[in-house]
Design a protein around this ligand. Sequence first.
Ligand code: 4AD
Length: 549
Amino acid sequence: MSSVYTSQKGCDDTGDGTEEKPFKTVVKALLSIDGDESTTILVDNTGEDSSTKPFIEISNSQKKKQVKLYQAELRKGKAREVKEAEDAVKREEVLQEASKISISEDASLEPAKEIKLRDCVNHREKRIKAYGWVHNLRRQGKNMMFIVLRDGTGYLQCVLSEKLCQTVDAIQLQTEATVLVYGVITEVPEGQHAPGGHELICDFWKVVGHAPSGGIESVVTEKSDVDLQLRQKHLVIRWDEHSKALKLRSAITFCFRQHYFDKGYVEVTPPTMVKTQCEGGSTLFSFDYFGEQAYLTQSSQLYLETVLPSIGDTFCMAQSYRAEKAKTRRHLSEFTHVEAECPFITFDQLLERLEDLVCNVCERILASSFKDMLLEVNPDFKVPKRPFKRMLYTEAIQWLKDHDIKNEETGQYYEFGEDIPEAPERKMTDAINEPIFLCKFPAGIKAFYMLRSADDDRLTDSVDLLMPNVGEIIGASMREYRLDVLMEGYKREEIDPSPYYWYTDQRKFGTSKSGGYGLGLERFLTWMLNKPHIRDVCLYPRFRERIDP
Ligand code: 4AD
């Protein structure tokens, strides 16, 4: 290359010195050309003609300074190389010494029973063996090594002494390696601390799989920026905080299922590849289904309605998808949707069922073995008081006026018929600071399937449950049961009714005044665990510009 480009906007790590991918620093450019003086170094043009000529050749004085820095960098590099070579020799000597040491299991000892680490306390003073990942590692001189082992069910401190910590495996051991340890679990002496108050006095151990030097910390740390943490989420989930979030998610999901089964609901698993929309075209993901246009479902509601005549009260916990442009603290493009549908109920009964669901799931988790974990994660957690505050949409519009909250784009107050966006809704919910049933939205801003209110035809029997800190966690409504009004709904929303023939048939083959709802599991968890962001309760969150891992 006869020219190498640099720019303040460039990057030393991913740059290659071309005009398209310039390096950020001149030193990096010089390192890339081994200090070759004949190569032209180009830098940002800060002159008036920069729009037509973005790069100019570096000035001689600037180049002189940069060459000095480059030479200093080279010297540092050489010193580093020498030190690395010396360290490598030392390591080799230590390894050679270590290779002479071998360990084996003492056949005269009591046979070891394999256990999970959650069961350690019941196996004190017994010889056990256990698999796990090295969570923590501390070497104390040549003759002692402490490992804190983690297996997803618990932690165990293991003490390795003498030959056990002098083998090649012991010397090469890093955090996150997998091992199998043998020994007797004993209570730690008074004044000493270890997880569970006990430790394993190890008598034999093996490595199952080594890990790179430095473990996870060599890739990502708690101080790394959010994007790196998300890219490395497969490693980050090994951290205690994330492991707790995953466990609580599992336990809370179980509580939802228990709630429904105890109340006689039947679970179904509707398809998520569909031909129809449920919540408006703007958030539909579409794809080619063997030559036909299809969508990822926004909600399983319409399918749930079809099973009512077959199985009665029903629920599902399925994935829903929204092509949300917004990148907010509460929006995902894929989420777990807890949805239920109930035939022959009234709007008031629907509200009671929602209240019961939320409070009962809270009560169940507090009565379970996960209570302590939940309170560790969210010490202020309490079951919300019943009944929840009921507020009409029209009252919310008035509340915003009374509190001088305006539409930031237009500078006007919100008026009847307008959707109340997330920001003002959050201000109101946080100010009121208790769960709110926001009821009876105008038909014009709601979906085609919602039942018109008997007392005011402009409104629908609909409700959103708003929680402090999170906002809407549930969207619910009574369903329009009259065939003619449903057909008008399709028309109003400019939806072709033909692919909905199976839904429309529910109004022909014995209609029912039914109601149902969708609860966003991740929003519920964000509220329950008091997490700052919805991604904190997801395994591998999906939102705009995030599709891996
Ligand atoms: O209010 P929504 O759009 O209602 C429906 O989809 C109805 N068809 C549900 C039904 O009646 N069966 O969504 C319901 C809930 C919201 O309250 C929210 O908790 C969650 O789904 N949700 C999202 N969660 C995370 N990210 C998103 N982009 C979400 N969109 C909706």
